[in-house]
Design a protein around this ligand. Sequence first.
Ligand code: G
Ligand code: G
Ligand code: MN
Length: 406
Amino acid sequence: MTQDGNIKILAVDDEPFMLKVLKQILDNLGYEQATFMESAQKALDLLDESERQPDVILLDLKMPEMDGVEFVRELVKRDFTGNIILISGTGERVMESVEKLVRAHRIRILGYLPKPVKPEKLSALLDMAAPKSREEPVKTKQAYSTEEIKVGIQNQELINFYQPQVDIASGRVVGVESLVRWRHPVNGTVFPDQFIPAAEKSGLIKELTRQVLINAFSQARAWQNSGLNLRIAVNLSMNDLDSLDFPDLVADLAASAEVPSEKIVLELTETGLMRNRLDSMEVLTRLKLRGFTLSIDDFGTGNSTLSMLRDIPFDELKVDRGFISGAWNNTTIQAIYSASLDMARQLDIQVVAEGVEDRNDWDFLSRTGCHMAQGYFIARPMPGENLQGWIQDWENRRSELTAGDI
Ligand code: G
Ligand code: G
Ligand code: MN
C-alpha cells in the first residue's frame, strides 16, 4: 500500500462529527491534502474558487440542503474529472442505484463506504484513485461551439472507431458499430457526448451524419475488398429523420461505395421527442423498404421506445448495457433483460446485448439465448485498421468461449 500524499481530497458531509472521523483516518493514512466541508454549497463554492480540482471527493449522500445526487449534477456542470467515493448509511440497493446514476454522468466512482467508515476500506478505495500526472490539463473542454464543430467537420477531423459485434452461439464476428470520434488538433480525441448534442441543437448533425456515413461505408467497402463480409452499424440522430430525402441520401452514399443495403444497420435512440412523428415514421419506413436494417438502440432506457416498436418495423433491438452488465448476478436487471428478450422473440427480431463486460456476462447471455454481443469483454471500439489484427486474436479466444458449440 503506497499512499500518495499528493492526492487532493475533499470531504463533504453535513455531520461535523463525521468530518472529524474522516480527518482522523486520513491523517493516520498520511493524506495531507484534505479539505473538509460541512455543506454541499460551500464545497461547490470552494471548487469554483480553486485552481486545482480535488482528485477524490468523499461524498455523503444524505445532506439537508442538497443530496449527493444533486451534488454530482453540479460537479458535471463544473467538468469535474476526478473520482468519487460515496458515503452513506442507506441500504445497498439505494447505493447501487446512486452509483449507476453517477456513472451515467461519466463520473468515476471508486466505490462506497457504509457508515461507520472503516479505515481499511477507505484506504483501499483511495489506493484506486488513479494518480493523475500533474502535466495533464485539469479541465477538459466539454462543449464546443457550432463554429468549431463546423470547422472540424470541414477539415475532416471526424473519424469512426469500430466496435465488433459477435454472434453468441458461434462466436463469429458478424459486424461492427461505428462510433464517431473527433481528432481535435489541440484537444486530442474528443468523444461524441461532447459534440453530438451541440451538433443536434445547431442543425449541424445532418452534415455530421453524412460524414460518418461516408467514412463508415468506405471502411465497409475496404473490408469487403479484403474478404471481410461485415455488417456496419451507424448511429443516427432523431433530427436526421426530419429530412424526407434522408433515405435517398443513405441509399446514394451506400450505392456509390458499393455497400449492399442489407449490410447496413441504422441505429436509433429515442432521445427527446420526435419533432415530427409522421415524417420520422415515413423516413424510417422508407429506409426499411430500401433494405436497411433498423435497430432500436439503448433499449430499456427510453420512455416511449415501446411505441416506436409498435409503429416502426424494427429488425433489431439493442438492450442497453444497464440491463446487461452484471445481469447474471442481479435479479432486477435480469428481469428487464428477460422481458426484452421475450418481447424481441415474439416480434421475431434480433437482440444485441450491449456492455458485455466479462466472462460472467457472456456466459449468461449464451445460456439465455441472446443473439449478438458487443462490449469491452469482446473488444473496445478501435480504429478501422486494427480490426483485422483483432479478429485474428479473437479467433483464438472464440474457440475457448464456444468450445463444443460449433
Ligand atoms: O463510445 P461512445 O462514447 O462512442 O458513444 C457515446 C454515444 O454517442 C453513444 O450513445 C452513441 O450512440 C453516440 N454516437 C456515437 N457515434 C455517433 C454518431 O456517429 N452519430 C450519432 N448521432 N451518435 C453517435
Ligand atoms: O448508446 P450506444 O450504444 O450507441 O453507445 C455505445 C457506447 O457504449 C459507447 O460509448 C461505447 O464506447 C460504450 N461501450 C461499449 N461497450 C461497452 C462496455 O462493455 N461497457 C461500457 N461501460 N461501455 C461500453
Ligand atoms: Mn449505438
